[in-house]
Design a protein around this ligand. Structure first.
Ligand SMILES: Nc1ncnc2c1ncn2[C@@H]1O[C@H](COP(=O)(O)OP(=O)(O)OP(=O)(O)O)[C@@H](O)[C@H]1O
Length: 573
């Protein structure tokens, strides 16, 4: 609960002014709603007492004016609640997205993209609804209930007591209904997130699914998830229905009680007809208020469950701590991995005592079979995660001592599966940074192979690219990624070669662009083809997470006993 309150407080705090006005409007609405029936009572009593038509018309006019005013207050409060909820939740969405981007690999391994989208968009949207729902249907109605009981006490303690007992009996029922329903709501949201995530994965993997003839299996799994959702929905609906039936019965009993009490009081001259009418009116208003609270309890439950998950994500701390204060060393930098150990899963070593050095401004090819740990070693270099033991240093500075922002600015990464945004070439190069001018783009790329390629695109920098890697070949996507890195001018470059074969023309172009990028920078290349290592200075061959061989490329090539020589001989054969 404290977590939820502090989450709400954090996001409403910045909008205190609007929230206060909203509070005043809600209170005004409650006051007008409670006051209005009093005028009806006066009207009835006035008519009974034989007051003149003018006086009765005046009372009716006041009643109408208050009703209109109340509607205006409701409209203003509705607008403000929506506005406030969008402002607060948009900030929350941005913070959540940023927080997720900052979290390390282990978090992203545990949560699929679909699940995170559901958290960032789905849960937050529900919280937005909750806000309007809470203000209008729970908070406002709770205050209204208190107001009705209070005013009834003031008029006659016996009717006040009847309404109080009614409300006090009904409220625990509402709470029981809420508690019963909550686990189902939580499970429903979780299943919903799993469905989104599964759909996202299936759509992304369409080619693989079809290629493997796996449509039926995929659909069976989806069926299973949908079935689980349906069953949860059923139980939840029954829980909500049962509580409404109990509520409706209680309302009938309370109304009967008020009429019986009214009849008794009128017959003893202690109540007038108008007052009885007001009490009856209050009973139905109170029931409606309690109904609304109960009815909205499900929305409230969904929102509370979403809020718990949101708070949980916001409270998840990255295992990669950003506590360093040492500036990134001046280029060119020496890259050193010193007896590094790493496991994704406890007990299953991925990197075992890996040491390597790339002298300043030189390049190193990291070779090894699939699964030998090449990508993992590269990830450690830009702190996608941290080594369990050992150290990584740039020109002698431990990378954990460098602020993460600084590190990411100076270490450029080109991954195998480059992500292309559905946006212009410009946005894809600048990563949506509006401060990077076209002049800067062209200056950074001046005379480079990638610049020629961009110029050949139909609209140059304005060419709109399809999302993913759909519209571009692997080589073209690599060209975009290389250009991105050129723009940032990093001191260290980590390059995961495109593993798929490129067509000869693109291969030549990416080869030239890569050579240009490595110029004057310290580079680690994850090489998937032996043909591409010929221009690199050093070679490290990994085998099952250990260094099998390391040395200068030329020396290893010249040594017929080296493992590299045997690999080259094997690939030539
Ligand atoms: N996020 C992860 N969580 C758990 N295990 C992982 C993760 N990423 C990789 N691994 C495992 O770590 C080992 C090394 O993987 P890594 O991707 O570093 O190898 P690689 O040499 O780059 O392979 P490839 O050439 O196929 O890209 C493999 O056994 C792999 O299954």
């Amino acid at each position: 609960m404290r977590q939820r309150v502090s989450l709400l407080w954090r996001y409403l705090h910045g909008h205190r002014g609007r929230a206060s006005v909203l509070g005043v409007l809600v209170m005004g609405n409650v006051a007008l709603t409670v006051l209005n029936p009093q005028w009806l009572g006066r009207f009835i009593d006035g008519a009974e007492d034989g007051r003149g038509a003018d006086a009765l018309v005046d009372i009716a006019l006041v009643f109408i004016a208050l009703t209109v005013l109340n509607q205006c207050v409701v409209a203003a409060a509705g607008y403000l609640a929506e506005d406030l909820s969008w402002r607060a939740t948009n900030t929350l969405r941005t913070d959540l997205a940023e927080h997720c981007l900052d979290l390390d690999m282990s978090f992203h391994k545990e949560h699929t993209p679909g699940e995170l989208i559901e958290r960032i968009d789905g849960d937050v949207a529900t919280m937005g609804n909750f806000f309007s729902t809470f203000v209008f249907h729970v908070f406002a109605n709770a205050i209204l209930a208190v107001g009705i009981v209070g005013v009834s006490f003031f008029a006659d303690w016996r009717t006040g007591l009847t309404l109080l007992v009614f409300a006090l009996l009904v409220l625990p029922l509402v709470r029981v209904a809420q508690r019963r329903a909550k686990p189902y709501f939580t499970a429903m949201r979780q299943t919903n997130a799993e469905i989104s995530s599964f759909l996202e994965e299936s759509v992304t993997a369409t080619e693989d699914v079809r290629g493997n003839g796996a449509e039926r299996y995929v659909m069976t799994r989806l069926d299973g998830l949908l079935d689980r959702f349906r069953k949860l929905m059923k139980v939840e609906a029954i829980a909500v229905r049962a509580s409404s039936s109990v509520l409706e019965t209680s309302v009938s009993l309370a109304t009967g009680g008020i009429f019986a009490l009214g009849a008794y009081l009128i017959s003893h001259g202690r109540m007038e007809l108008g007052q009885l009418y007001v009490s009856y009116f209050y009973t139905s208003m109170l029931s409606m208020a309690l109904f609304r609270i109960a009815y909205r309890a499900d929305g409230l439950q969904v929102a509370l469950a979403g809020m718990d998950r949101t708070a949980e994500i916001l409270d998840t701390e990255s295992r990669v701590k950003d506590t360093g204060t040492t500036p990134f060393p001046a280029a060119p930098v020496t890259v050193e991995m010193d007896h590094v150990h790493f496991s994704y899963v406890a007990g299953r070593t991925t990197l075992d005592d890996v040491s390597l050095t790339i002298p300043a401004g030189q390049s190193l090819a990291l070779l090894g079979r699939t699964g030998s740990g090449k990508t993992t070693a590269a990830r450690l270099l830009h702190r996608a995660m941290d080594a369990d033991r050992g150290a990584i240093r740039f020109s002698g500075v431990d990378i954990r001592d460098i602020p993460l922002d600084d590190l990411h600015r100076h270490v450029g990464v080109v991954t195998q599966d480059v992500h292309i945004f559905r946006a212009t070439v410009r946005d894809n190069l600048t990563m949506f940074d509006p401060d990077v001018t076209d002049e800067r783009v062209w200056k950074a790329l001046d005379g480079l192979a990638v610049a020629d390629w961009i110029r050949q695109q139909p609209d140059g920098l304005d060419t709109v690219l399809e999302g993913g890697t759909g519209a571009l070949s692997a080589g073209q996507a690599q060209l975009i990624a290389l250009a991105r890195v050129f723009l940032r001018d990093p001191a260290v470059v980590i390059l995961d070669e495109a593993s798929s074969r490129l067509d000869p023309a693109t291969e030549q172009l990416t080869g030239r662009a890569t050579a240009e990028l490595m110029e004057g920078r310290t580079t680690l290349v994850i090489a998937h083809h032996l043909s591409t290592i010929k221009d690199l200075d050093h070679v490290v061959i990994l085998q099952d997470g250990r260094v099998r061989e390391a040395g200068e490329r030329a020396a290893l090539v010249a040594d017929p006993a080296s493992h590299l020589s045997s690999l080259l001989a094997g690939s030539a054969a």
